[in-house]
Ligand binder design. Sequence first.
Ligand SMILES: Cc1cc2nc3c(=O)[nH]c(=O)nc-3n(C[C@H](O)[C@H](O)[C@H](O)COP(=O)(O)O)c2cc1C
Length: 206
Amino acid sequence: MFIDPAVNMKPEPLRYSPYKALIVPRPIGWITTISAAGVVNLAPFSFFNGITDDPPCVMYCPNGTHPDGGPKDSLRNVEETGEFVFNLCNWDLREKMNETAAHMDRGVDEMAEAGLEAVPSKLVKPPRVAASPAAFECKYVQTVDLPESRNGKPSHVVIGEVIGIHIDDSVIVDGIVDIGLLQPVARLGYMDYAVVNEGFTMMRPD
Ligand SMILES: Cc1cc2nc3c(=O)[nH]c(=O)nc-3n(C[C@H](O)[C@H](O)[C@H](O)COP(=O)(O)O)c2cc1C
């Protein structure tokens, strides 16, 4: 079948848009930001990825709006205070991560609300999720505005430079990060997720 997204994202026999089910698995950027008033926000973004490694940069996409009609907190905060933290969500943290997707008032500390312990970052103000096995401290670089959705909602790419990397020593074995110990959770299509607990090795041709 062929789909023209501008016409209909779910022609027969599709029940839902297949778009996100075809970009899989997507890593989850579990992003901490802090407002100018000092309120911590934590939210998951599956439109998230590393985009270059020297200097290391990552991006996440706060799309749509906050229920109050303005930008999502993860966009407003990073543009106000210029910093964010990527926390890696592993299998044990999956339900807490999901809780932090709830839309809350701007004045609510979403990390505390989810019962997650916060640990101060070394170089940036937004704290890290203490239980996360890895975290990147990031400096905001820029926002790229994407075309509006068909119902007039904004979409954005937030780019940040990674200025500090935390790794729990317990997931490092023989000098490499052990995927079976890290157990990152990734997003699939629909309401589905995957957990990565094994990999395979393939050498490049040159
Ligand atoms: C696994 C998962 C992935 C998500 N990915 C995105 C995303 O890429 N972009 C987005 O705008 N919202 C995404 N959401 C929804 C946001 O987490 C949610 O809107 C959140 O409240 C962000 O708003 P805030 O920045 O105002 O807290 C995702 C939710 C879940 C559970």
